[in-house]
Design a protein. Structure first.
Length: 213
């Protein structure tokens, strides 16, 4: 067990808002686990594509889900997910095909329900900083530590280009915000931080100042 098990920090926001870097930095400073829930949706999307299943064919994705086991754990305070025993690299999780399919896969309620169970399990025995789209609204609605990290669309596109990643952010934002199942929303009780003109350190400081233990 690591860190304060009751400390659950939910960080939501759109793609390339900086939430992942902020969440990782914060978890490391606090000595608790960092979990990218997007990484979990990406891992299953990779598996969908690996099996030749079209992410747009919900029934086929659901049939594959039933035959899939996830193994969630942590390594050096970073959450890991293996799909049927296979751990995936960063490159596999962020490739162009996964970027293109992940919003479709993540919109399927049965997929969300399986992965939300895995996400909640992280907080049973340890403190956690988890980032995603619905962490404050659905996964941990009772936590007092909810943050929504935003940035302008221009800044977010620029950040992805600088990382050399081909990612249709605008299309993904639209799908993630307009889907029926757990869309990206700003939780009512979240602290909103606009990171457009702030450094990572400045965002981390702002979050730390608002934390309640
Ligand atoms: O944070 P990310 O870009 O790695 O997330 C990839 C996709 O996963 C994102 O487009 C929507 C989905 N996602 C989600 O639906 N719910 C979450 N909690 C996290 C990610």
């Amino acid at each position: 067990m690591s860190g304060n098990p009751s400390l659950v920090i939910a960080i939501d926001g759109p793609a390339a808002s900086g939430k992942s870097t902020v969440a990782k930095r914060l978890a490391s400073e606090l000595g608790i686990v960092f979990v990218s829930s997007g990484g979990m949706y990406r891992a299953f999307t990779w598996w969908v594509l690996e099996n030749g299943v079209d992410p747009a064919r919900t029934g086929d994705v659901e049939a594959l889900l039933e035959k899939t086991e996830f193994q969630c754990g942590e390594q050096d305070n970073i959450g890991t997910i293996a799909v049927n025993g296979q751990l995936l690299s960063r490159e596999q999780l962020a490739n162009e095909a996964v970027n293109g399919g992940v919003s479709l896969v993540a919109a399927i309620p049965s997929v969300r329900s399986r992965l939300v169970d895995e996400q909640r399990a992280y907080a049973k025995e340890r403190g956690v900083v988890m980032e995603g789209r619905d962490i404050g609204s659905v996964v941990f609605p009772d936590t007092s530590n909810k943050f929504y990290i935003d940035a302008s669309p221009e800044v977010r596109e620029q950040r992805r280009r600088a990382e050399g990643i081909d990612d249709s952010i605008a299309a993904r934002d639209k799908m993630d915000s307009n889907r029926k199942a757990s869309p990206l929303v700003i939780p009512e009780d979240a602290t909103v931080v606009d990171s457009s003109d702030l450094s990572i350190e400045e965002v981390v400081e702002k979050v730390k100042k608002s934390l309640v233990s």
